[in-house]
Design a protein around this ligand. Structure first.
Ligand SMILES: [Zn+2]
Length: 597
């Protein structure tokens, strides 16, 4: 390493590079980074000032991208405060450059940032931000070290959205969503148990796509279709992100499949004015619906007594279409904290388990529930959930339709990702675990008959390239093309001698990469944080016609009397965001100016 290395300038030499958006499958090559961005080469003078890492015999991938995790906001904090027992055993000691932190299933914000970075991840998106809790969400993201972040705003039971969609006024719905995203600094649209969470205010839920809810008399189908249309009318970077109805209920694979059919034919449109880093493959999203944590929506049977996996049926549909992406919400066993905007689903889980449970109604907008839980190999239902969480990644043929998550901390903890990846890469790892599980694991699923073992290239797709592409971040993330962010993970894995039957070693190597590099700077080495940077906060600024926006705002101000907060206190001020990156969307042409961000 040069004594006077320039920050953000680096050469990673001779590694086996896995960069699916550039079609690079383990080829030995050098990666050059200058001022934090990937470049084609460095001059001799620049090379003298560069940090040089010898990656011979190692695996080099873009930095990990998590497109669905619960890491910031009121419900995450509720999970921390209601579970003191979660904080005893898992601690990260303070060092000269890091804060201390604690928490296993719901770590403190500091520990969360360090743990993700130590595992090779540089980008994490919060999956559910209620507008009224947006300030809190941004405060926690601001305190999270290192990671680049953004948050999806919960819209599927919002009174204004439901009213406009019931009236069939899609344009005003779009104007409302655009204004909300700008004022609350949101990145994408999340739809949780559409129409059902509103019914939870009357201790009810919704169980069919064409069942109108109380008072608003709007159906899940109308909400899903309407928000998907709004999404593409605005041309947001990511598609509608859907948490389907009947989540966690036996037999729900059918409503999940039927929900995924609703946006068919709308077509993905990206109207953001961004400069895209170079890629060989198309880095633009294809999907118009991104199904969250498919494991929780791929259940067969009709009750817990005849519970089976429905993953094969759900996968069969997804294999036939091109407008759907799923993330897995896999279940790696052990303690978890379930937290979701789906209040009634959490209540059902409370009735089943009797565990500590909290519930919140977010006025006019949505709700949430939090529950502590332990997934046990001895439990028949948990064993099937484990199998389903792997089936959804192995039975969908095209890895570009899948993303690996645990829906942290719902199905499992993000620090368990390496364990999930090991099961995906090794049939032996699955068989070994199945032997320790209740026999339902293989009896009530197809997993025991699945021979597929994912390659490192496919792992790079489902942990980097595809999460980035699905959420519209592949203009700079999830690959190592020229102009991409200099985010790199170097694993001590030699692809030429990789033995996926040595499952313990594989999990250990995936857990603790040799290097995590962000913006061309070494952040973590062998699991230790060696420098702490401040991440970016991505959000969208969609534009609509000014007169339309004025009309919509008049409605909003009229209805605002039902809120307990004042209108002026509603938006999130700029000062809540550190290093904000605002992505303009649907901006009028004359105002266009391409700016590299
Ligand atoms: Zn989630």
């Amino acid at each position: 390493m040069a004594a006077t290395a320039t920050a953000g300038t680096m050469i990673i030499k001779n590694g086996h590079v896995f960069d699916p958006l550039n079609g690079i499958n383990g080829d030995v090559k050098d990666i050059f980074i200058r001022d934090g961005k990937v470049v084609s080469s460095l001059t001799a003078a620049q090379q003298r000032d560069a940090i040089v890492i010898d990656a011979s015999g190692k695996t080099v991938m873009p930095g990990g991208v998590d497109s669905h995790s619960h890491v910031a906001g009121a419900k995450v904090n509720a999970g921390r405060s209601m579970r003191p027992e979660d904080h005893y055993k898992s601690v990260r000691a303070k060092t000269a450059i890091t804060h201390s932190g604690s928490g296993y299933t719901v770590p403190s914000v500091y520990k969360q940032g360090y743990d993700y970075a130590a595992m090779g991840y540089t980008t994490v998106f919060e999956a559910a931000m209620p507008p009224l809790e947006a300030r809190h969400t941004h405060e926690e993201m601001r305190s999270t070290p290192i990671l680049d972040m953004g948050a999806y705003m919960v819209m599927g039971n919002n009174w204004f959205v439901m009213r406009y969609l019931k009236e069939g006024d899609i344009e005003k719905a779009a104007a409302y969503v655009a204004w909300m995203m700008r004022t609350h600094k949101a990145y994408g649209i999340k739809c949780v148990n559409p129409a059902g969470v509103e019914n939870w205010g009357w201790a009810k839920n919704i169980h069919g796509l064409d069942e109108p809810n109380i008072h608003f008399e709007v159906t899940p189908r109308e909400i899903i279709r309407g928000l998907a249309e709004v999404n593409e009318m605005l041309g947001l970077p990511m598609s509608l992100h859907l948490h389907a109805n009947n989540l966690g209920h036996p037999g729900n694979w059918q409503i999940a499949r039927d929900s995924l059919m609703i946006p068919a034919g709308i077509g993905a449109k990206n109207k953001s004015d961004l400069l895209w880093a170079e890629t060989k493959e198309n880095a633009r999203r294809r999907q118009t619906v991104y199904l969250a944590h498919a494991q929780f929506s791929a259940y067969g049977g009709s009750s817990w007594r005849d519970f089976t996996s429905g993953a094969a049926d759900l996968a069969k549909y997804i294999n036939q279409v091109d407008d759907v992406v799923i993330d897995s919400g896999s279940v790696p066993f052990g303690p978890a904290t379930t937290m979701t905007g789906d209040g009634p689903a959490q209540h059902d889980l409370y009735m089943l388990t009797g565990q500590k449970w909290s519930n919140t109604d977010v006025e006019l907008e949505c709700g949430s529930g939090v529950l502590s839980l332990v997934y046990m190999k001895s439990s028949p239902v948990h064993a099937v959930q484990w199998a389903i969480g792997l089936e959804v990644l192995l039975l969908i043929d095209d890895p570009w339709k899948t993303i690996m998550t645990t829906d942290h901390p719902n199905g499992g903890i993000f620090t368990q990702y390496p364990q999930v990846l090991t099961w995906l890469m090794s049939r032996k790892a699955r068989d070994d675990t199945a032997k320790e599980c209740h026999k339902w694991a293989y009896d009530k699923s197809t997993l025991g008959g699945v021979d597929r073992q994912l390659s490192l290239y496919e792992i790079a797709i489902i942990t980097r390239a595809n999460p980035a592409r699905t959420i519209g971040m592949a203009y700079r993330k999830g690959h190592l093309g020229i102009g991409a962010d200099g985010d790199v993970t170097i694993y001590d894995i030699d692809p030429s001698s990789l033995d996926t039957n040595d499952t313990k070693a594989l999990t250990a190597k995936l857990s603790r990469p040799d290097y995590t590099i962000k913006d061309g700077q070494i952040i973590a080495r062998n699991g230790e944080i060696v420098s702490v940077t401040e991440g970016r906060r991505f959000y969208c600024r969609p534009f609509v016609d000014e007169d339309l926006e004025k009309d919509m705002l008049a409605d909003v101000k009229d209805w605002f009397k039902y809120y307990t907060v004042g209108f002026a206190n509603y938006p999130v001020p700029d000062k809540y965001l550190k290093n904000p990156v605002a992505i303009s969307v649907n901006r009028p042409l004359e105002a266009e100016a391409l700016v590299r961000r």
